[in-house]
Design a protein around this ligand. Structure first.
Ligand SMILES: [Fe+2]
Length: 262
């Protein structure tokens, strides 16, 4: 029941990537222990990549792969006997080049995916409410703009987890001063789409710079130093971050428009 309520809050357009109507899987359905999860890390850009899989059907999905680790990720997929069906990005990254294009070459059959509003090329374009299915598991795409226009949060309701990209970081959030960033939009995305998830949901961000690996909705609602503030204070904080120009942006953006292949 809780899951159905959450989905209707998101205004999900119940259509799968292949265009067929989606039947949401309820938390009450017995999935056994066939959900595979692995968090991977890039020490250069502090990016997390996530491998999710169904250990029965062997279908798997990667979220936010990094170009320099495409071979590592492909080897892991092969060693574990998975078949990669999607390599997704939460958004068009400015701090590293995506591994989706290289992974497609290493693992034929994989398709790249990214938010439609990102302006990047991919095999599938995700919009609010679309569902990515791998085996008996599902990721619900929620549009969470603000860090960039095309930012998506991928929610796996049956596992009580969500992949927030740079929209929400552990005790922080992505910057909003480039790539059509908007502090107001980011604040609304977090408060309407992420903080409305159940408190116990575990959140996995695209980066962490302090060695943390995950957080929860309850923790961020209580301890996030920016997003617990009123909107006007939040906008002020973001305006005064005085962050340096991202050193990879001029290389990363053109490459990430084409799945990292350039
Ligand atoms: Fe980013």
């Amino acid at each position: 029941m809780l899951i159905k309520l959450t989905i209707s809050k998101l205004g999900a357009a119940k259509v799968a990537l292949n265009g067929t109507p989606v039947r949401y899987l309820s938390a009450a359905m017995d999935k056994g222990n066939n959900f595979f999860f692995r968090q991977l890390f890039d020490t250069v850009s502090s990016t997390y990549t996530y491998l999710l899989g169904d250990t029965k059907t062997r279908e798997a999905v990667l979220i936010d792969p990094v170009l320099e680790h495409a071979q590592r990720d492909a080897d892991l997929v092969n060693q574990l006997g998975f078949s990669l069906i999607y390599a997704l990005n939460t958004h068009m990254h400015a701090d590293h080049i995506t591994g989706t294009g290289k992974l497609k070459a290493l693992l034929p059959g994989a398709r790249s995916g990214i938010g439609k509003a990102s302006g990047a090329q991919a095999d599938v374009y995700l919009e609010e409410g679309q569902v990515v299915t791998f085996g008996c598991h599902q990721l619900l795409a929620a549009s969470t703009p603000g860090h960039t226009n095309g930012c998506m949060t991928y929610i796996c309701h049956e596992q009580g987890i969500a992949f927030t990209g740079d929209t929400l970081l552990i005790r922080g959030c992505g910057r909003t001063d480039f790539q059509e960033g908007s502090s107001e939009a980011l604040y609304n995305s977090v408060h309407k789409k992420i903080f409305t998830l159940p408190d116990y949901y575990t959140l996995y961000p695209a980066h962490d710079y302090k060695g943390q690996t995950a957080t929860t909705v309850a923790e961020e609602k209580k301890y996030n130093p920016r997003l617990t503030k009123p909107l006007d204070e939040f906008v002020d904080i973001m305006k005064n971050l005085n962050l340096p120009y991202p050193k990879m942006i001029d290389k990363a953006i053109p490459a990430n428009k084409v799945c990292g292949l350039f």
